[in-house]
Write a protein that binds this ligand. Structure first.
Ligand code: FPP
Length: 225
């Protein structure tokens, strides 16, 4: 049986889920945000320690302005309404990504949520926003240059946004595509990968349970025999 400390999810397929029903893409993002709450609660319940969710990539700014604006507002609304649930469920909130690009009001919501859940000792929910692995690695390299010290794998890991979190054990992507889209490339060096055709709004705790069961029975050799 493998331990599952860190689960990472690329939540893809909101837009297609909505469009299949003749609805706007934003409808899919709304439903996607609701599913974030359901899956987070389930992950905490089954004892996962760290759950990282890819909510907005450094490349997502290329989407039409109205979709970007909608996602930013949805995120702020999500944080406002979820703070209470996170505290109730003893879940600590954190983020990875470059927060400097966000509006002051969104930054305030993020900080407030981190502060109010800082004492929580259950799972840590990490939302990746304005996150891209290449951007994160470039920022870490610049930190190393400033600090003027040669890097080791361990030291470099400590310069990444994920310094406080262990490497990814299992990475799931919903929505049918088989790619990593610039998500946790360094941290997933030995992650087990799982791709499902299920669109994110329909991804259920039951499917997650089945994936985890498969993961538990996989031989993870980390390069040894
Ligand atoms: C991918 O679906 C999803 C995103 C780019 C954003 C993920 C956002 C959410 C799940 C909701 C908001 C999150 C939080 C934490 C409040 P897509 O739009 O690429 O779908 P498509 O591939 O079908 O077009």
């Amino acid at each position: 049986m493998n331990d599952l400390n860190h689960l990472a999810i690329i939540m893809d397929g909101n837009g297609r889920w909505a469009q299949r029903q003749g609805k706007e893409r934003s409808f899919g993002h709304e439903k996607g945000a609701k599913n974030v709450v359901e899956i987070t609660k389930y992950a905490a319940k089954i004892g996962i320690k760290f759950l990282t969710l890819y909510a907005f990539s450094t490349e997502n700014w290329k989407r039409p302005k109205n979709e970007v604006d909608f996602l930013m507002k949805l995120l702020a609304r999500f944080l406002k309404s979820e703070r209470k649930t996170l505290k109730q469920e003893n879940i600590k909130f954190d983020t990875i990504g470059d927060m400097s690009k966000f509006s002051q009001s969104l930054k305030d919501e993020i900080e407030k949520t981190k502060k109010e859940t800082a004492h929580c000792t259950g799972m840590t929910q990490i939302i990746a926003i304005n996150y891209g692995s290449k951007d994160e690695i470039a920022r870490a390299v610049n930190k190393a240059i400033t600090l003027g010290k040669a890097v080791t794998e361990e030291y470099f890991s400590a310069l990444l946004d994920t310094a406080d979190f262990p490497d990814v054990d299992l990475l799931i992507r919903t929505g049918g595509d088989k790619r990593l889209s610039n998500f946790l490339l360094w941290q997933s060096a030995y992650a087990e990968l799982y791709f499902t055709n299920t669109l994110w709004p329909e991804f259920s705790p039951g499917e997650l349970e089945a994936i985890i069961l498969g993961y538990s029975n996989t031989a993870r050799r980390f390069g040894s025999l």
